[in-house]
Design a protein around this ligand. Sequence first.
Ligand code: PMP
Ligand code: GLU
Length: 388
Amino acid sequence: MKFSEKILSVKPSATLTITSKAKAMKKEGKDVIILAAGEPDHDTPDVIKKAAIKAINDGLTKYTPASGTLSLKKAVCGKLKKENGIDYSTDEIVISNGAKHSIFNALLSLCNEGDEVMIVEPYWVSYPEMVKIAGGVPVALKTSPENGLKLSPETLEKAITEKTKALILNSPSNPSGVVYDRSELEEIAGICADKGVYIISDEIYEHIIYDGKKHVAVASLSEEIKKMTITINGVSKSHSMTGWRIGYMACDKKIADLASTLQGQATSNPCSISQAAAEAALTEDMSSEFGANLEKFTKRRDRLIELLEDEDRISPLKPQGAFYMFCDISACGLDSLTFAKRLLDEKSVAVIPGGPFGDDRFVRISFATDMQTIEEGMRRIKDWVKTL
Ligand code: PMP
Ligand code: GLU
């Protein structure tokens, strides 16, 4: 039997694989410290759960339109207008099974075989693999710690060829925590719009931004940029709804129609009950939850930085957004996979190696966990590093 060469070439998601391995070890009774999770540790707010229970009791248990209910699309439009200052109509919105699915739909709708899609290194592990499945060619754009791991306009301009279809931008970024300023986004998105390159703007961490920095939605920058932008967002990280699987894309109607047809033939609608829950998430006032979560994440980030101050061989990049600390471990003399594997085997601490994010000098430490776990994890890591 000859299986699909395309799918055989796809690497499994390191973030999902390591996190589930660590969770399974914990279930077996092992004393594992999980600093790998890509999801907030707090529960989904009650008001959202109640909306889901009501949806079940009201019989909202049937198929919805494949691209999502009109009322959830209206809620998404309301959110994009209120929080991001962008006008979209409901026929420019497609609701999917998580933001990952939205990005996948966007890539499949845009790419022909051999089209190049630029991704900024370090990148979220799924971007290059999704580009490959869509028939595209991922082109990694280098950044350096000296320029704060941000994409420079020069690097972008040099990478654009006649085959370039899109750039995937992710601010705040997983894994680096980088947040782009308005002027930086204007320059980068302006180059793309001028050259006819689409921007897939993954804004899933928009509510987790530190030190008073403000999120700028790429599509809000200008009409020209908006036409070339596919905004990706969802409720997974902002409302702690990773298991509910609701994400969305907002873009030109022609692309939304393609994504909607694709979804109609592939998965049909995302779960009707989750859609009702997401509608509550986007229409209820969540400002106090957002504030409390941000305060919690800020304290953890600052504590992690403090705990690493006296360990020269682990150099963290202070994240401006999201809940990950990308740490340079190259001074430990191990590649990132060996570092993460040995740390899990020898000290039962799970972190994600930087290799699958495109930078083998780093590991990603998640601080989406309680302070006690962070402190114990760092104690074990520091003890272990001394033995290397
Ligand atoms: N984009 C980034 C950068 C992420 O880290 C994640 C995390 N899973 C996603 C998209 C996908 O989110 P979702 O769970 O809504 O599919
Ligand atoms: N995005 C999260 C992470 O990077 C969740 C896992 C995944 O979907 O990859 O860990």
